[in-house]
Write a protein that binds this ligand. Sequence first.
Ligand code: ADP
Ligand code: ADP
Length: 219
Amino acid sequence: MLEFQNVTKRYSESGDALSEVSFALEPGELAFLTGHSGAGKSTLLRLIPVIERPTRGKIVLDGQPINRLTQREIPFLRRKLGLIFQDYRLLHDRTVFDNVALPLAIAGYSPVEIGRRVRAALDKVGLLRKEKRYPKGLSGGEQQRVGIARAIVHKPPVILADEPTGNLDPELSAEIMGLFREFNAVGVTLLIATHDLGLISRMACRRLRLHQGRLLEGG
Ligand code: ADP
Ligand code: ADP
């Protein structure tokens, strides 16, 4: 479903953030990307939606090499991905419903279809009753669940999460991990960057360990 072949990413300011990284995730696999701050986790994740492009090497998503995609083709690639961030990245002047509806509105879905899908996504994360609220009135855990509903509303086959529990206490973090497991149980492929080793130590999952831009384990 996702393959990196000898991927290197060099920033002119700071040198190689990733060096010769190779790994493959099968469809339906759940893997954690670990490593200290600065190890290259965010850089690796940003290459997949083509927020950044690799300096060398090849990336294949769902059978499609993404290196040579044009700007026009990138939005179609991104529809296969659900992105989740540490800081939620919600729009604070929009309701919960409108935040989750955003990807569908951009993709041109009808209002009826948007309503149906947004409520299904909110139901999945347990926020159906809060659709009219604004993000500011929600707890951190609830805001992240809105971020997750937004990421899954278009039913992407792959979910990428960058420190999704970085701002949450252990109990809420475990809840979020429970949601990820549920998505995984229905066949979604997930790659989750985290430095919270305590959280994932109890989960029997594949671990890709980055150290100074090199994949030391799991490749
Ligand atoms: P992590 O997510 O594991 O903390 P990052 O991918 O953010 O690691 O960073 C890896 C390395 O790349 C660090 O040395 C960081 O300073 C550098 N880096 C990340 N993004 C950029 C950028 N946009 N420009 C220059 N250097 C960057
Ligand atoms: P995180 O630690 O949450 O993974 P970072 O702090 O590494 O994220 O990166 C946050 C933002 O800062 C990113 O957009 C990244 O591109 C940018 N960034 C990180 N390191 C550098 C750097 N050395 N030079 C320029 N931009 C950077």
